[in-house]
Structures are given as C-alpha cells and as structure tokens.
Design a protein around this ligand. Structure first.
Ligand SMILES: *Cc1c(COP(=O)(O)O)cnc(C)c1O
Length: 382
C-alpha cells in the first residue's frame, strides 16, 4: 500500500469550514450578487438536457434579447466569464488575414488587440488617451483608411470609466461592409444600450457587473450578418469550446450535446435577468444614473475630482483622481481591511492616478455611496 500524502503535514493547513468575509464590492467587478440570485444558485443541478433546464435556457435567451434590445436569434450565455464571451466574438468573427480595426483607449481595447492577433487578424488600431472617446469623424477616417472586416469598440471602458457613444457608428461601417463588434461588459443592465437600433453585429458581456449575479455565465450575441460571415468561413473556428456553429446546436432546436453547462450559474443568470426585467430596463438605467450622480456630488464634497469629462462618464464605473500626496493603495487597503469595502486602483496609463469605483447592478444604491463616502471621510487627510 502506498502511503497517502497528508494535507496538514505537507502544508501546515488548519482547515475549518469555509467562511467568507462580508464585503461591499464597489470596485470594477465583481459586484455583490442579489440575495435572490444567490438563493437560486443554491439548489440541486439538473441534467443539462433535462427539459426543465432546456426551458430555462430558452428563458435566458429571451431575457438577454430584452436587456440588449435585440432580436438576434443567436443570443446565448457562454460558459465562462466575460473574457470567454469576448474570445467567442473574436474567434467566430475573425478569419486569418481579416483586417480588424480596434479602438484602444484603455486596458480592454488592448486585450481585444491581443486576442484578435492570436486568431490571425491583420490588426489595426486607433488610439486615444485613457479616459477619452472616439468621435464619428475619427472613426470615419479610420474606416476609410483601413476598410476593415470588423470594427471593435469598448462601449464601457472599465479601466477608464469612459462611455464610448455608439449611435451612428454602424452607418459608417455599412459603407465598407464592416461588422461592428462591441464590448458591453460594464454597460449591460446599467447603461442605455440598443443593439439593434445601433446596428451592433457582435456583442458580449458578463454576469458579475451590471447583472447582480456571480461570475461564470456570460452573455453573447451575433447578428444575422455576423452569422452569415461565420457560415461562409473557409476554415473551422479555431476554438472548439467557443465555436458558435457547434454551440448554436445546443442552444437551438437540435439540443445536441456540446459541453456540460455550468447549471447553477445558469439558474443564477436566469434569476438575475428576471429581476432586471421585473424592475424594468429603463428603470434600472435611471437608477444607475441617479446613484452615480449622487456619488460624484458626494465625492466632490470631499474635495475629490473625477477623471472623465462628465458627458462621457459611465454610470456604472467612476474613475476618481487620487489627490497629490495621498497614498491611493494604502487608502484602498484600509477601506477593505477596516471598512469591508472594495474599490479598484488604476491600470496602465492611470496606474496610481485614480481609484475606480463601481456602482453596478444590485450595488447601485444610495446606501453604497453613503457607506463609501463615510469611510473615505475618515480615511482621507483633512
Ligand atoms: C471585466 C471586463 C472584461 C472581462 O470580463 P471577465 O468577466 O473579467 O472575464 C472585459 N471587458 C471589460 C470592459 C470588462 O470590464
């Protein structure tokens, strides 16, 4: 008999039943899940081909079409976090050699560049300082120069707190037969979004930001034009797990086994979307806007200022300038350790310059703002 290796002997672990500290998550995500959503998750899994589960998948599809304001038949949840849904848009839309034009004004624009390159795209970029947006003239000039197969933009750049306006972009794309791909990870549920009216062809999001749900099941949609491009591919999609020509047969009438869905996360997503529909999409957008305006006002009362010009600020994520002489990381650490509040720090161009404060989904409430501001009032030098 071989001796088993003991956990305690090898790692000096003292294992006690799991205990998770209670935190208010006001960073760039995840945000706290709605209690009703957590309850929904905490039930026994069904089989992934059980009719009751298939019916729940249909509900997820309808609800996702509602929250995105689209009629795209191919609207599903990808098993994985927002990054998996992001990769799904790229891998299904991009064929090696395709010119892909990407607007980069933050961390997630750069991630799109990296991903598209890995799938063989001929990547072109337009850039802006972090916190700014692209206007229609700039996009038109870039489209004329590059004539891309795909234009990719980040609607809500979580690294900067800027909202990229999308109205009118698809009209510019139409001239070159360009598909419009949009990251809506930090906008879905909290920021007005009209995929069909705006002519968006591919979009993705996540569950743990504006949807009040834990991470792991991520919204994905593609338009009829994008599906046509998929069907006309010369080569198979390079990523088996995320190949929509296979996945759509599980989500569609064929119900062909593809992979085991993360069943309990789908329960959670279904319930989170139901709660959003119950509140009403427009009401949710208004709630996010109202609470973020209150946040800005309260932060200004503390003597702080915001990084992004007001008209382009996101209601879901605010970048707050760290005042000169203040140790931003130390304040964030104290907020967590002494007040159980998580906020984020700056990335890339904004490293050490801003804090990132999220008011997303369930956490977009007046009490969240009051708790954060009270804690900051104690921690910041007078
Ligand atoms: C969070 C985020 C992602 C990645 O989503 P994950 O769920 O963390 O994988 C992509 N894009 C943007 C804009 C994000 O904020």
């Amino acid at each position: 008999m071989t001796q088993t290796i003991s956990i305690n002997d090898s790692d000096h672990l003292q294992l006690t039943p799991l205990e998770i500290p209670s935190r208010l998550l006001l960073g760039p995500g995840p945000s706290n899940a709605h209690p009703t959503v957590l309850q929904a998750m905490n039930t026994s899994p069904l089989g992934h081909l059980d009719p009751a589960f298939l019916a729940l998948m249909d509900e997820i599809q309808s609800l996702l079409r509602y929250v995105w304001q689209t009629e795209n038949p191919l609207t599903i949840a990808v098993s994985g976090t927002g990054t998996a849904a992001m990769e799904a848009t790229i891998t299904n839309a991009v064929e090696p050699g395709d010119v892909v034009l990407i607007g980069v004004a933050g961390y997630f624009g750069n991630r799109l560049v990296d991903m598209a390159g890995r799938y063989g795209a001929d990547v072109r970029t337009i850039t802006k300082p972090w916190g700014q947006i692209f206007n229609l003239d700039e996009l038109q000039t870039a489209l004329k120069t590059h004539r891309p197969a795909i234009l990719a933009l980040v609607h809500a750049e979580t690294s900067t707190g800027a909202r990229q306006p999308l109205e009118g972009v698809a009209d510019l794309c139409a001239e070159f037969g360009t598909l419009l791909l949009v990251d809506t990870v930090t906008s879905l549920g909290g920021v007005p979004l009209f995929l069909d009216t705006w002519g968006v062809d591919l979009a993705y999001s996540c569950s743990q930001k504006g949807l009040s749900c834990p991470p792991g099941a991520s919204p994905f949609t593609m338009s009829a034009r994008a599906v046509e491009k998929l069907q006309q591919r010369q080569r198979k999609v390079a990523n088996w797990y995320l190949d929509m020509s296979l996945l759509s047969k599980y989500w569609g009438p064929e119900r062909t086994y593809h992979h085991t869905a993360p069943i309990n996360l789908y329960y959670a997503l279904r319930e989170a979307l139901r709660l959003l529909a119950e509140e009403g999409l427009a009401n949710s957008w208004q709630r996010h806007q109202k609470n973020v305006e209150y946040l800005w006002e309260e932060l200004e009362n503390l003597g702080l200022s915001m990084h992004v010009q007001e008209q382009y600020r996101l209601p879901t994520l605010t970048t707050v300038r760290i005042p000169a002489g203040v140790d931003g990381k130390a304040i964030a650490r104290q907020l967590l350790n002494e007040h159980n509040i998580e906020i984020g720090g700056g990335l890339g161009e904004l490293a050490n310059q801003v804090w990132r404060v999220g008011l997303m989904g369930f956490n977009s409430r007046k009490e969240s703002v009051d708790q954060l501001v009270a804690a900051l009032r104690q921690l910041l030098p007078k």
